[in-house]
Design a protein around this ligand. Structure first.
Ligand code: AMP
Length: 600
């Protein structure tokens, strides 16, 4: 195919270089042949893993075709795989799920029984992830010219890692990637030059890492062409960091010396090479950052920024207005869709509006199936197994839950994401991310479901019982007007007449902490280690408020018989009603318990 033929050519014209044109040809080839690539991927996965304990258990007998696979292998959730995962974690090296040795566990932000899910992975998956990364800039270059003339300011971080009892490393997928040679010794690519040195990204201390990444971003402010983080919440945390630390940063720039809080030896070494006194820049930072108004601060400090590179789909959509405010409305590019289990695909039109983002799943990454999403079909599916639809057969406008079969040994595994088909690129469907199932509250990568919130409320209610009170009703919302955002839980209490006065701030703030202690480890890590979530807040509302809430819902057409208190709210009139009935607000007084070690 000639380069100019690419269906991916934007109004700007053809790819900018041979490397890009190769990447774009690869996308074309994969998406034109989506179904046959999928068939080959499935056959590869099944043949190499034919002798695994898992596939033998289901008597696949070495078959590698779709029909046998679909008739014999069940669709599963993480909990179904827990015994196998536990055995691998405990050191069983036999081929349980994968014929290739499990190289490490990737710890998902999705949790099971309060702890991050452990996703087995194999060495070669790194190359598969790398391949998807390598497609992002060639697509972006079709839409934004000149990205080789400057740098990207990306706030990237590693997180702590642990070892399983059997000695395998367990860490988040991005930590695994940044620590890999694929990232650390990546060849020079003018389209992928970052202001952050590896030493800053790889520093395990989150303050030192953020401080030096921000410092480098300031030092090279005119070269910066794009500003990003993985998720929108991460970029806003960086802005907040600048608000809190600009005076010290300006001091370092003025004097050419490094904040003594940066103690990591290799990072200090690297920064000594970069940092030179610059009075003009220091004055500039002071004059911009000392202003009360921070609107458009990103473009004021980094005036050549063409776009923000952050995910603002799914739970991150709540941050779009704040990002607009700080960036003066710069485009927000969502480039890819990925998870610990598997990297899925990319956005072929990255400069589109956030509401229009669709991801094209790359058929070479894994074998993908789609469970038609019918929210009330639980009863039906118990009798007849649900029919999963293949990648090339999904229908525009319909919603599906994503089910994957990976090279690392997940077979017909439900990811928990609900996607809507918006169109096709060649024969590969494109999906809007609708939502993750069962997530009530999310600020950063935390995902709190209804059962977890209910458990947290019960634990708080237990504390109140000594004071003759209990939680009669509750609801919640993720307050992202503060940075970092925090959970707000509205309580309506049932209080014995004679104990009403004894309920002071002390017990209610202890209730906040008790709730935080009850929430999953990703939430608590966000509070303690990442500083990405603020203290939980309880707002007490007047007695009768939840009845008013019901009246309001009924006035808008809800059925009296079927009315249920929503456990999470986001609709402005409802929040206004709740906030107008608040009698007092209480915050968690300290950090909950969290260590990198798993509780089980
Ligand atoms: P993790 O398991 O921690 O790797 O998180 C993966 C999950 O993050 C996915 O299953 C999605 O629910 C969510 N996610 C990843 N990429 C995106 C995206 N581009 N838009 C919306 N949600 C995403």
């Amino acid at each position: 195919m000639a380069v100019g033929d690419s269906a991916l050519s934007s109004p700007m014209g053809p790819p900018v270089c041979e490397k890009d044109s190769k990447a774009l040809r690869f996308i074309e080839e994969m998406t034109r042949n989506a179904d046959s690539v999928q068939e080959t991927v499935l056959a590869e996965i099944l043949s190499r893993n034919a002798k695994t304990e898992y596939l033998r258990r289901f008597k696949l007998n070495g078959a590698t075709d779709r029909a046998a696979f679909k008739s014999k292998i069940p669709m599963i959730k993480y909990e179904d795989l827990q015994p196998e995962i536990q055995r691998i974690a405990n050191g069983d090296r036999s081929p349980i799920l994968s014929a290739h040795p499990i190289s490490e566990f990737l710890t998902s932000s999705g949790t099971s029984a309060g702890e991050r899910k452990l996703m087995p992975t194999i060495k070669e998956e790194l190359s598969r992830r790398q391949l998807l990364y390598s497609l992002l800039m060639p697509v972006m270059n079709l839409y934004v010219p000149g990205l080789d003339k400057g740098k990207g300011l990306y706030f990237l971080f590693i997180k702590s890692e642990t070892k399983t009892p059997g000695g395998l490393v367990a860490r988040p997928v991005l930590t695994s990637y940044y620590k890999s040679d694929h990232f650390k010794t990546r060849p020079y690519d003018p389209y992928n030059v970052y202001t952050s040195p590896n030493e800053a990204i790889l520093c395990p201390d989150s303050f030192q890492s953020m401080y030096t990444q921000m410092l480098c971003g300031l030092l090279e402010r005119k070269q910066v062409l794009r500003v990003g983080a993985v998720f929108a919440s991460g970029l806003l945390r960086a802005i907040r960091f600048l608000q809190l630390n600009w005076a010290q940063l300006a001091h370092d720039i003025r004097s050419g010396t490094l904040n003594p809080k940066v103690t990591d030896p290799s990072l200090k070494n690297c920064m000594t090479r970069i940092l030179k006194p610059d009075t003009v820049l220091a004055d500039f930072v002071v004059s911009e950052c000392s202003k009360d108004n921070w609107e458009g601060i990103i473009t004021r400090i980094w005036p050549n920024t063409k776009y923000l590179d952050v995910i603002v789909t799914g739970a991150m959509a709540q941050y779009i207005p704040t990002l607009d405010y700080y960036s003066g409305g710069l485009p927000q590019a969502c480039t890819m869709y990925a998870s610990s289990e598997c990297y899925f695909g990319l956005n072929l039109n990255p400069m589109c509006k956030p509401a229009e983002v669709s991801y094209t799943i790359m058929p070479n990454m894994a074998y993908f199936e789609f469970l038609p999403h019918e929210p009330n079909s639980a009863v039906l599916t118990q009798n007849s197994p649900p029919q999963l639809v293949d990648l090339a057969d999904v229908e525009i406008g319909k919603e599906y839950e994503l089910v994957i079969t990976t090279y690392a040994g997940l077979y017909r595994y439900r990811v928990g994401d609900v996607l809507r088909v918006t169109g096709f690129h060649n024969s590969a469907p494109q999906f809007q991310f609708v939502r993750r199932k069962n997530v009530l509250l999310s600020i950063d990568s935390d995902k709190t479901d209804e059962a977890e919130l209910q458990n947290a409320v019960s634990n708080a209610s237990r504390l109140l019982s000594e004071f003759g009170a209990s939680v009669a009703e509750y609801t919640s919302y993720a307050d992202t007007t503060t940075i970092p955002g925090h959970y707000v839980v509205y309580f309506e209490l049932l209080v014995k007449e004679d104990s009403a006065d004894s309920l002071g701030d002390s017990v209610l703030s202890r209730c906040c902490l008790a709730m935080e202690e009850s929430l999953n480890s990703v939430y608590r890590q966000g509070r303690v280690s990442d500083n990405s979530i603020g203290p939980l807040e309880i707002r007490l509302v007047k007695s009768g408020t939840f009845e008013e809430l019901m009246d309001y819902a009924i006035s808008r057409g809800a059925s009296i018989n079927q009315y249920k208190v929503p456990r999470c709210v986001s609709f402005t009139p409802i929040m206004e009603l709740l906030d107008s009935r608040v009698v007092s607000a209480h915050f968690s007084p300290s950090l909950p318990h969290w260590t990198p070690e798993r509780r089980r």
